[in-house]
Design a protein around this ligand. Structure first.
Ligand SMILES: C[S@@+](CC[C@H](N)C(=O)[O-])C[C@H]1O[C@@H](n2cnc3c(N)ncnc32)[C@H](O)[C@@H]1O
Length: 256
């Protein structure tokens, strides 16, 4: 995104809109959004139902991810995991099941209601903690994380290169970045990138696929796997933009 485009987009207003939308996802997940939410969405994306049975159902009610990627992450017992934009905690809790109590999972999110919900639900998975912060500068010590995960979040950042640089800094050498996110075939026009509602819905901020991958490589990663996901937006305005500009979901694995 150019400096001119960033000025055209009021980033403070955008942050407020994103927070408002995901506060609603935390508090009233049954509400209709531009996108699907919940266990049905997770199963459709390929999350194994037996894994979903092992995490709090209320976390899953507010799941708003865009793809399955935990097979790529291959999280092992004892590992330290950082979840960027952890929301109500679905992927953090699944990561915690994989690390076991000898590991540590830190979820970072900027929306208070999401953090409160995830923290309240952590219960038996006490080695999971949720910290308030921004994915562009997550509150973790450099070089301490084995695997950074994220689901449907980096597209919401106006500074994607900063997010990937922060992920690289958090990781130990050889650490992994595994995520699912929204990208586009074509550059989105300003009419869409400046629509705060479409941005908060994970469309307006989506980068062109090649630019997105290039930003990961520029941060010092080698991209090992990229695959397409069967993800669909639901509102008419979201569907219009996705068809015209090839807005779609990918999962990927990259190594530092
Ligand atoms: C689409 S939801 C996905 C939540 C979760 N990963 C999931 O799969 O259910 C996006 C989340 O990212 C958070 N978020 C968006 N931009 C952020 C930023 N710059 N820093 C921290 N959190 C952010 C929102 O508050 C929201 O909880």
């Amino acid at each position: 995104m150019t400096a001119r485009e960033l000025r055209a987009l009021d980033t403070a207003d955008l942050e407020a809109r994103v927070k408002a939308m995901y506060e609603q996802v935390a508090l009233t997940p049954e509400h209709e959004f531009h996108f699907e939410t919940g266990r049905g969405l997770a199963e459709h994306l390929g999350y194994p139902p037996a894994d979903l049975d092992r995490i709090p159902a209320a976390a899953l009610d507010s799941f708003a991810g865009v793809g399955y990627f935990l097979d790529l992450a291959a999280i092992a017992p004892g590992e330290t995991v950082l979840d960027l934009g952890s929301g109500s905690g679905t992927d953090s809790f699944l990561a915690a099941v994989a690390t076991g109590p000898g590991g540590h999972v830190v979820g970072v999110d900027m929306t208070a209601a999401q953090l409160a919900k995830a923290t309240r639900l952590a219960g038996d998975l006490g080695w999971t903690e949720f910290r308030e912060g921004y994915i562009e500068r997550p509150p973790v010590e450099d070089g301490t994380v084995d695997c950074v995960i994220s689901n449907g979040v980096v597209n919401l950042s106006a500074d994607k290169p900063a997010v990937f640089r922060a992920a690289a800094a958090a990781l130990r050498p050889g650490g992994r970045l595994a995520l699912a996110d929204i990208v586009t075939d074509q550059q989105l026009p300003q009419g869409i990138t400046c629509d705060a509602s479409l941005w908060a819905a994970c469309i307006g901020g989506a980068a062109q696929r090649e630019d997105y991958l290039a930003a990961i490589v520029a941060a010092g990663f080698t991209v090992e796997t990229v695959r397409d996901n069967d993800y669909r937006f639901v509102s008419a305005s979201a569907l219009g933009a996705t068809t015209t500009y090839g807005v779609r979901s990918i999962s990927l694995l990259a190594r530092r």
